[in-house]
Design a protein around this ligand. Structure first.
Ligand code: ATP
Ligand code: MG
Length: 143
């Protein structure tokens, strides 16, 4: 199995409800390493850029409003099979369909305010990590 890196976002509903530690603990407990992490706030333009693939979807305006409603915590996670492992820890997009013990099952408020984001493939992971972190930040934080 390959060592992968992936991007995690603790969305505004998770940060507002003081879930940062609880969520990062789940990643570490599953063997994922937090390579880099920071709290930041997205501008509307940044949220629209990040979710550009959803631009034509009916929920796009609401999603980007929500993603700018408060700070987020973005992290780079690394480990064996990290992309899929992270998606499994998160659970299904809609918390009503998320498996027991997943982050979204335990914490998501609804299909939009679903507490976490995770990259869905190696190309998106690379793009999304680059969206938030400069290469030098990643090099300095390793080791
Ligand atoms: P993410 O990309 O945030 O990790 P995901 O890959 O599980 O989540 P996507 O289909 O990429 O889900 O949707 C991106 C985000 O858009 C979702 O996480 C959720 O916040 C929001 N979203 C998705 N579907 C809906 C919907 N039907 N109504 C409202 N918001 C939605
Ligand atoms: Mg997605």
């Amino acid at each position: 199995m390959a060592i992968e890196t992936t991007l995690s976002i603790i969305k505004p509903d998770g940060v507002k409800r003081n879930l940062i530690g609880e969520i990062l603990k789940r990643f570490e407990g599953a063997g994922l390493r937090v390579v880099a992490t920071k709290k930041t706030a997205l501008t509307l333009q940044e949220a629209e850029g990040f979710y550009n693939v959803h631009r034509e979807r009916p929920f796009f305006a609401s999603l980007t409003q929500y993603m700018t409603s408060g700070p987020v915590v973005v992290s780079v996670l690394e480990g064996e099979n990290a992309i899929l492992k992270h998606r499994e820890l998160m659970g299904a997009t809609n918390p009503a369909q998320a498996a027991e013990g997943t982050i979204r099952k335990d914490f998501a408020l609804n299909i939009e305010e679903n507490t976490v984001h995770g990259s869905d493939g190696s190309e998106t992971a690379k793009d999304e990590i680059g969206f938030f972190f400069a290469g030098a930040e990643l090099i300095r934080s390793r080791g």
